[in-house]
Each structure stands twice: as structure tokens, then as C-alpha cells.
Design a binder for this molecule. Structure first.
Ligand code: NAP
Length: 315
């Protein structure tokens, strides 16, 4: 089978890439950096001793450092891949050890609050270019990662005003070589877009699964037994990492609350349509939403396979 990621680069883009926080996203990055030869050397650091031990066994990096400072020493690319709430503290730890001219980036799911937490700790001699790969699964940890995670997904860069165009171009080339499409946005706009496309949908999933779990009239075994009616798809999202999602809601509060306000208004309108038996209104909305799913499939961001491609293997 041809390698969907394509052949390795002739010459690496970076001499030494350091990845701090090596779970699903960090380990996927380490794997693709090695597979595509994007850096001559990869150093990784994770706060968890168990993860560091596992990383040594997995051998997806050249060096598993015992401190963030040791990982970033001499690195010309540093990517923070820890939970959103940990980014500021990591920046404080690595700030004095960064190489002049290095690109410092991250993969956090929110941007404005990470920029506010990280930027004050970085020396003026480095280029801070935040990023967010809009790719993931509901799994976590270094074993969950895979090299093609970013393939055909979007990575959003949010460079600060006045960022060095050469550094932005280099980071863009890096992400494109992971297989991702790259877009540039202002951080506040990123946070608003992601609030409606990712954060609010997760909140709805957490809420509906929580409501079902608390119901008294319908038993839990009935909820599980008849889950194919739609509930099951929400449980996949609601199984996402609790720490990661706690941090996202705490750090994208304003945009999430704004989008949630809009959502509540539209839900009230739907309630009214049901109460008034407005079949035309309901059908009109459902026709519009079906068209949105079609465009997501047309743009290669989802499979058109029936049942989301989750048919039994022997089907
Ligand atoms: P993950 O699998 O839980 O990995 C995060 C790793 O970072 C864990 O091994 C964690 O160790 C470690 N860590 C925590 N605090 C640290 C610190 N201070 N220094 C170094 N390592 C630390 O999470 P993930 O899914 O890869 O997410 C990582 C980042 O990517 C988050 O910022 C998230 O917003 C972003 N992101 C996630 C997705 C997704 O779908 N998962 C998609 C796009 C972006 P412990 O387990 O010991 O805490």
C-alpha cells in the first residue's frame, strides 16, 4: 500500500524539534516528524514519569529528556503539546533555556488564553507562533498517537501581528509536510469558530449523556440497549479526555458562552415549532442541516459510509 504521507523530505526543516507533553497529539507529531524527516533530531519531555518510560519503549524520539529545559536545549523548533491549562507553567520553565531564533509553537485547542499565559515567559529572541491542528480522536496518551493523524485535516496558525514572515512560512511548511492544510487566523476569531464547531458540540454531548445517565423513568440498561437511535454518537464525543475539556471550557469561556446563548435561542425556536406543530419549519431546518453534512463530506472531512463507517468488520 503506498504511504499516504509521501516520501521523507530530502533535507530536514529543523535541526532539533522538542515536543513537550507527549500524549495523543505530541506522540502523533513525533511519529510524523520522524516518518517524514522533518527534523534531524527529536527530543521529547512529558511531566509523567510513566509516560516517559513508555516513550523510551516506543522509541518514537531520539531523546526522552528528564526536564523541559533539557528537551528544549539547542532546539530550533519547540512545540507545546500539554493540556491548555499547563502551557503557561511550561513556558515559564523553558523560557530561559530557549535557543535564540527558535520557533516556539503549541497545539492547544484555544488560542487567546494560551497566548496570554505563554507570551510573557518567552524571550524576545524567539518566534512565538501559536497553532491548533483541528485533528484528534477521543483517545489520549502516547500509545493513541499515529503519524497520519493530521493528514487532510486543517491546522490553524495564529501568528501575532508583526511576526517574522520567514518563521511563519517555515512553520507552515512544517505542518503542510505532516499532511495538513494550513490556514491563518486571528486568535479571537479562532476561538469563536472553534466554540461553535467543537466546544459547544462537546458540551451538548456531555450534557445529553449526563441527562440520560440521571434519568429515573428510563433505565440505564435501556439507554445502552437502544443507543443506536442517536445517543451512541454523542457518547463517542462525551468519552473525550476530561482534563483537556475542562481546560478548554475554562479557557474559552467568553466565546463558548456567546455561542451557547445563540444555541439556546435556536433551541427555544425549535421547542416552539414542536409545540405549534410547525412541520414546515422543522422540515426546512432539517433540510438545511442535511446540506451542511453533505458539504463536510464533499470537502473530505468525513466519510459518507453509512453508519459513520462503523459497520461490523464482517459486514
Ligand atoms: P493527552 O493525550 O492527555 O496528552 C497530554 C500529555 O501532556 C499527557 O501525557 C500529560 O501527562 C502531559 N502533561 C501534562 N502537564 C504537563 C506538563 N506540565 N509538562 C509536560 N507534559 C505535561 O492530550 P492530547 O489529546 O494530546 O492534547 C494535548 C493538547 O492538544 C491539548 O492542549 C489539547 O487542547 C490539544 N489538542 C487536542 C486534540 C484532541 O482531539 N485530543 C486536538 C487538537 C488539539 P499526564 O497524563 O501525566 O497529565
Amino acid at each position: 500500500m503506498p504511504d499516504r504521507l509521501g516520501p521523507p523530505l530530502g533535507a530536514p526543516l529543523f535541526e532539533r524539534a522538542a515536543i513537550i507533553g507527549v500524549g495523543l497529539i505530541g506522540s502523533s507529531l513525533a511519529r510524523v516528524v520522524r516518518r517524514k524527516g522533518l527534523a534531524r533530531e527529536i527530543a521529547v519531555y512529558d511531566a509523567s514519569a510513566n509516560v516517559r518510560e513508555r516513550l523510551r519503549a516506543l522509541a518514537i524520539a531520539d531523546e526522552v529528556a528528564d526536564s523541559p529545559a533539557a528537551a528544549v536545549a539547542g532546539a530550533d523548533l519547540v512545540i507545546l503539546c500539554a493540556p491548555v491549562g499547563a502551557m503557561g507553567e511550561i513556558a515559564r520553565q523553558i523560557g530561559p533555556h530557549l535557543k535564540a531564533g527558535a520557533i516556539v509553537s503549541d497545539v492547544g485547542s484555544v488560542k487567546s488564553s494560551i497566548i496570554a499565559a505563554v507570551a510573557p515567559h518567552l524571550p524576545a529572541s524567539v518566534h512565538f507562533i501559536p497553532a491548533h491542528p483541528v485533528a484528534g480522536t477521543e483517545q489520549s496518551g502516547p500509545d493513541a498517537g499515529f503519524a497520519s493523524l493530521f493528514l487532510n485535516r486543517w491546522t490553524i496558525l495564529t501568528p501575532p501581528e508583526g511576526a517574522d514572515p520567514k518563521a511563519v512560512a517555515l512553520l507552515t511548511a512544517f505542518w503542510k509536510n505532516t499532511g495538513a492544510n494550513v490556514e491563518t487566523m486571528a486568535p479571537a476569531h479562532h476561538d469563536l469558530v472553534l466554540a461553535i464547531t467543537s466546544h459547544v458540540p462537546h458540551l451538548i454531548a456531555y450534557n445529553i449523556v449526563g441527562t440520560a445517565a440521571d434519568l429515573e423513568e428510563v433505565t440505564q440498561s435501556e439507554v445502552i440497549k437502544y443507543s443506536a437511535g442517536g445517543f451512541r454518537d454523542f457518547t463517542r464525543i462525551a468519552a473525550s479526555d476530561p482534563v483537556m475539556w475542562r481546560d478548554i471550557f475554562l479557557n474559552n469561556k467568553d466565546a463558548v458562552l456567546e455561542m451557547l446563548g445563540r444555541f439556546s435561542e435556536d433551541l427555544t425556536a425549535l421547542q416552539r415549532m414542536i409545540r405549534r406543530e410547525d412541520g414546515e419549519g422543522l422540515e426546512g431546518l432539517f433540510t438545511r442541516t442535511r446540506a451542511i453534512r453533505r458539504s463536510i463530506i464533499d470537502q473530505g472531512q468525513e466519510t459518507a459510509a453509512p453508519d459513520f463507517g462503523r459497520r461490523p468488520k464482517d459486514d
